[in-house]
Design a protein around this ligand. Structure first.
Ligand SMILES: Cc1cc2nc3c(=O)[nH]c(=O)nc-3n(C[C@H](O)[C@H](O)[C@H](O)COP(=O)(O)OP(=O)(O)OC[C@H]3O[C@@H](n4cnc5c(N)ncnc54)[C@H](O)[C@@H]3O)c2cc1C
Length: 326
């Protein structure tokens, strides 16, 4: 279906006052790159029944974009002409299911139940404070639980695929709510089977009881490593996925991409797989720089790096091949 025209008015009146809704919110306010144009409609459902209301009001075929913490997302300067869904604060609860005698019986299994909107660093710290080990690696990843499941986020030798038991998923396309086991999610490197219409509303993680001090020491180690090795500023973490058996950062570095810039976007001098958006940068600057360094690595190393970041609202998302061949 065409997305121009008056779909916004029809959608807003169908949703009514049932769900918190904002029009033309700037993407830059919701994404860690701090760039991007207006999001036509942003809804913040606070419950599963609000998600149901949304799904019933959504015109068939209208593009949807689920936004977590926006830490892996590049929205074009034109913005996104569809419905963006951000889980509200009611999806931010965390529950520790601990066996009796918790804190004493190190090595016993524990389960952490988390809402889909919970920031990963909060999940890591709350688990450690409850002496539940296994989720410490999340402290360095500034995404949400839903975003981590969708992206199979990982670091420090661990991935979401290894710690997730299952997750609850609401599908906006058919208004269904299902629990999906981790092994059904076809996890791969920074990818999963979660589709754009599916919203991860909660997740259950596997943990192991340990001494609280030991958990908190590991948290401190991850934080210290991040501070030492990664740049600050407005960025979205690693831009490209590591190709099999190699590191995208190494390929970019040895292709001379460090400090390459387009407009206000610049490859970090600290880590070549990070692109920083300096004040005044546009989404187009970031996108053009991604395309530029990608072609440079291809020219020097013959490796076509695959973007890890998710692009929305561009003419050719998320495959930049067409951009390369222009
Ligand atoms: C400084 C920095 C360091 C980073 N380090 C790492 C790292 O070490 N390892 C790593 O893997 N990533 C890293 N990232 C990238 C990013 O944090 C992860 O990919 C994270 O999982 C994205 O979560 P998010 O909530 O921000 O998702 P968003 O950026 O909002 O969205 C990313 C994708 O997930 C989808 N999505 C978001 N929420 C949901 C949901 N509830 N249900 C369904 N789909 C959803 C979106 O539609 C989109 O396709 C880093 C980013 C930054 C800025």
């Amino acid at each position: 279906m065409k997305t121009e025209g008056d779909w916004v008015e029809r959608f807003v009146s169908a949703v009514g006052s049932a769900v918190s809704l904002e029009r033309d919110a700037p993407a830059g306010a919701l994404c860690t790159w701090r760039v991007g144009g207006p999001l036509r409609v942003v809804v913040r459902p606070n419950s599963r029944s609000e998600l149901m209301t949304l799904a019933e009001a959504l015109p068939e075929g209208l593009p949807t974009l689920v936004i977590g913490r926006g830490s892996n997302l590049l929205v074009s300067d034109r913005g996104f002409d569809g419905v963006c869904v951000m889980l509200g604060s009611d999806f931010e609860s965390i529950e520790m299911l601990l066996p009796p005698g918790a804190g004493v019986d190190a090595g016993a299994d524990a389960v952490v139940v988390s809402g889909g909107a919970v920031p990963l660093p909060v999940l890591a710290r709350r688990s450690a404070a409850s002496a539940v080990a296994g989720l410490e690696f999340y402290v360095g990843i500034p995404g949400s639980v839903g975003g981590a499941v969708r992206m199979n986020a990982g670091g420090h030798g661990q991935t979401t695929a290894e710690v997730l038991l299952d997750c609850e998923v609401f599908d906006l396309a058919n208004a269904s709510l299902n629990t999906i086991a981790a092994h059904e999610l076809r996890f791969d490197y920074r990818s999963s089977a979660i589709r754009p219409t599916q919203v991860v509303t909660s997740a259950r993680f596997r943990g192991v009881l340990d001494l609280r001090d030991a958990c908190e020491r590991r948290i401190d180690d991850v934080v210290a490593w991040r501070r030492a090795h990664q740049p600050g500023g407005a960025n979205a973490g690693s831009v490209f996925a590591n190709p099999h058996g190699d590191s995208a950062g190494r390929l970019l570095d040895t292709a001379g991409c460090k400090n390459a810039a387009v407009g206000g976007a610049e490859v970090s001098s600290k880590h070549a797989n990070f692109i920083q958006a300096n004040p005044g940068a546009t989404a187009n600057d970031v996108y053009s720089l991604i395309s530029f360094v990608r072609s440079r690595v291809y020219a020097v190393h013959g490796v076509d790096l695959q973007p890890e970041v998710q692009c929305a609202g561009f003419e050719y998302p998320p495959d930049l091949h067409k951009e390369l061949s222009k």
